[in-house]
Structures are given as C-alpha cells and as structure tokens.
Design a protein. Sequence first.
Length: 525
Amino acid sequence: MTDADVLIVGDGPVGQTLSILLAQRGWAVTVVDRWPTAYTTSRAVAFDSEAARVLSAAGITDYVANDTEPSGRYMWRNAEGTVLLDIQGSERGWCHWPDSTSMYQPGLESALTARGTQLANLTVLRGLEVVDIDDDGEHVAVACVDRDGERRTLSARWVVGCDGARSFVRQHIGAEMHDLQFSRDWLICDVVLDEPRRFDPNNLQVCDPARPRTSASAGPGHRRWEFMRVEGESIEELDTEESAWRLLELFDVTPQNATLLRHAVYSFQATWTNRWRSGRRFIAGDAAHVMPPFAGQGMCSGIRDAANLAWKLDLVLRGRAGDALLDTYGTERGRHVRHAVRMSVDLGKVICQLDPAAAADRDAVMIGARERGVGAGAPQAPVHPLADGVLYKGTARRGGLAGRLGPQARVRQGERVGLFDEVVGTGFVLLSTEDPAASLDAADRAFLDDLGARLVRVVLADGETADGVVADVDGVYLPYLAEAGATTVLVRPDFYVYGQAGTAQECRAMVASLRQHVTAAALTS
Ligand SMILES: Cc1cc2nc3c(=O)[nH]c(=O)nc-3n(C[C@H](O)[C@H](O)[C@H](O)COP(=O)(O)OP(=O)(O)OC[C@H]3O[C@@H](n4cnc5c(N)ncnc54)[C@H](O)[C@@H]3O)c2cc1C
C-alpha cells in the first residue's frame, strides 16, 4: 500500500495540470509544495491554442473561455517606430482556442486549484519541502520537512518533480542541464491601469538598442511592461520602484494613472535536461527546461509535458502498458522542448540587440522582408511534429499526420453543437470518414475498447448524426483528412496523431501497431 499512486512535487501550473489529468482518470494523487500558500506572483502572461485545449480538458473551460482574452496583434517596431513585424494572432487557432490567450497567472492557478478541490482523490499538502527520495524499484518513499522542521515520509508508486527551475528532483535523478549560454536581464513590471485603455497593437516589442522593451496584455485588467538591462547598468539599479516608474513613463504609465503591482528583474536562461526519468521518478515543466519568454513557451511546454506523461502513466498504472512506454516521454518531450528553447533564444537574440549598428542592419533586413511580403503572416509554429516515440508512420507520404497535433473544431451530434473534446470526449480517438468499427476485427475492437478509445465517424456539416457519428460543423475534419489522403486518424489522448490510414487494411495495421506499442511494452516490463 502506498499513500498515493502518483506523488507530484510542486503545485505550480505544471504540477497542478498533471495532478488533475491523473486524478480525473481515477488515480490517487498527492501534490506537495514547500510553500504554505499559493504563489501569487504572475510570471507567464499567455498560453497557446494547444495549452488552452489541455487546460480545458483539465476541467477549467469556463476560466479559459471567460477570464482571459485573445492576445490579438503582436507587433515589433524599431527605435524610430517603423514596423518590423506585424502578426495578427487568430482568435480561432488550431485547437479552436485562440493562437494565443492572455491571462493573469494567479487567476489560472486559482482556477486549477478550484478544479482540484472537486476531485476527491487529489490531495494537496502545502508547507512540505521534499528533501529526499528513495526509489526501491517497486515504490518511492518521499521524505518531506514541514515548516516546523518535522520530517514526514510519503510513499507512492511514481513521483514527478514539477518543482521548478531549481528542481530538487532533477538533481536527485542526476540530470544535467544543457545550457545554451543565453542570459539577459529584464525588469518585469506588472501594472493595473486606473482607467481601461485600448492598446493597438495589444502586444508591442520595441526593438530599440538603447532600451529593448515590451508592452503586453497580461489578461483582462492587467498589463505587463518589460525593460531590458543595458550596458553600464546594474541589476540593483534597474530593480527599483523608481526605475520602474521612470521607464513606464515611456508608455504614459505613471503613479497618477496606474498601480504598480510588482517589479522584479529576471535573468532569462535557456536550458534543458539530459534526463527526464530515472526509475520511478520523472521531471516536468521548468524542472526539465527553462527558456526566455520571447515565444511564450515556458509554461506551455510544461503543460505539454503534463499531457504527454499523464496518459502514459495512466496506461502503466492500469496494467495496460509496461514500463518501456514511459521512456518515450523523454524522447518525445525532449525534441519539442529543444526546438522551443532554441526558437526562444533566436527571437531573443534579435530582440535584445544593444549594438546600434547591428540593430540598424537587423531593421533593414526586417523592413526589406516586410516590403517583399515576407515575415508578416501567421506566427511561426513553436512546436515541431514528433518524430520518434509512440507513432505509426505507415505508408503515409512524407509530411503525413503522424506526430502532428490534431485539430479541434465544433461538431454536432443530434441537436448538440460543441467542441469535439466536449461532444465526443477525450482519450484515444479513432476518427474516420467511414464506420471505423467496420474495418476492425473483434480483437482490435476489444483492444481499443479496453483502452477507452472512442470510435467516431465524421460526416458533412448537414449530415445525419447518431451515436458515434458527428457532423463537421466548422468544415475542419473532412478537409483535414482529405488533404492528408486519409480516411482515418488515430489520435492519442494528448491530441497528437498516432497515425493515419487510407484503407481498411491500413487501419487494421495501425491498430495492430498501437497494440504492439502498448502491449509489447507491457510484456517486457
Ligand atoms: C517573466 C516571465 C514571463 C513568462 N511568460 C511566459 C508566457 O507568457 N507563457 C509561458 O508559457 N510561459 C511563460 N513563462 C514561463 C512560466 O512562467 C514557467 O514556465 C511556469 O510558471 C513554470 O511552471 P512550473 O509549474 O513548471 O514551475 P513553478 O511555477 O516554478 O512551480 C514549482 C513549484 O514547486 C515548488 N517546489 C520547489 N521545490 C520544492 C521542494 N523541494 N519541495 C516541495 N515543493 C517544491 C515551488 O514552491 C513551486 O510552487 C514566463 C516566465 C517568466 C519568468
């Protein structure tokens, strides 16, 4: 007997999301956090369409829909005010949620906390610092110390360190961080304006070599301004209320029209772990990767970690898959994260340019690109498709759907119109233009049934629906399949496509491959 199936170290947004995704699947989850109360300081200000989908699947759809705002337009200007880059984020992103959603992080964390309290099998213990972990191969014993110095040991089948950038769990598993050696200091100012003000663009990067600076939405009623430390200035000089107000004045933000909630200097880093797992211990979120915020991907990457690990741990805990499945967590997440960190650094190098001559060259290149119509379109994807891991590549031509994030749009079933994940549900989904069950034999169907997979046929927007049949209200799914030359896709619980099939025979091969991935791992464990 253990105290929990999974013990999560750290109740930040990543630990919260993972704990909910696991507890929703019925597992006994304990979260421990060293602080007696929630950390109420905002760091992240935005999340992407995929993160919104995961958060919605974690049961906080109301928060995501109502207590946030689409980030909207993101523009870069040079010191003279000339536009270098102009990106209009869509309000209908790939997962139906906006490309980018602006939010106030303490609000997000409160929503996740409230959701967690609805789950009887999720226990959050605050004021406990994890100081030691013993993995005997069967169970994990986690030693904690409370605020009075009392020691207490909790046991679990698995432990996940979501314990932030200075992760104890990371050190304990002997992981090392690969460091891109990119570090810049920025003053962060979180502000509430006395009177609402319209910002166009809603998010602005001023690429002024004399003082790179940012103005961004931080959710309804909140704004974030950021100012880079320049040469000849110390962190101590920059990190004062006086400096904050002096710099905020550049944006007509003064003590007469605004409240400064807080200011702090952050030294942005760019690192990732060389090890995501050791035995029964894992790491996720900032414990495994830290990146400058220029692509807004730090927390989003952690939320992806949570979505990826949750379904794999679930299958292993259910005895449906073996230990080897859990090794694919690091393989899959490592590739994503390396791309996100590198992309964030690439953006940072352009934004953080302090050399006036190099900045002038940059401006000339970017203005020229705009004149040629390059670089002003949709935001560059911060996420690469998965290449290795739990995927079926089959016979699809290069660029097939396997490893790519599946879309989400509205569907109709009977009278009900709603988001696919709400109408159909989450978990494995076999989505087809034909009756997906018809191409499978009884053993395949039993296997998918045992996984809790949903078999769904999609028809035209005005088509007839029934149990297991949905109509493609937004006209997304049928063109998506047709363009890929597929009749069927098998989507994983983290919304990534496992594989595609163009014929009934290939559909059977795809399901057989999944069975191999899952049960072969169980047999070897
Ligand atoms: C200025 C700034 C702007 C950012 N903007 C964005 C953005 O727009 N979009 C985005 O996606 N990301 C952004 N990020 C990154 C994002 O804030 C982080 O990636 C995210 O908050 C990390 O969440 P986490 O749960 O992994 O870690 P944390 O939030 O750091 O949580 C870790 C938790 O672990 C607990 N803990 C630590 N050690 C122990 C221990 N030994 N025992 C018990 N508990 C322990 C801590 O108390 C803490 O509660 C930004 C970051 C910064 C600094």
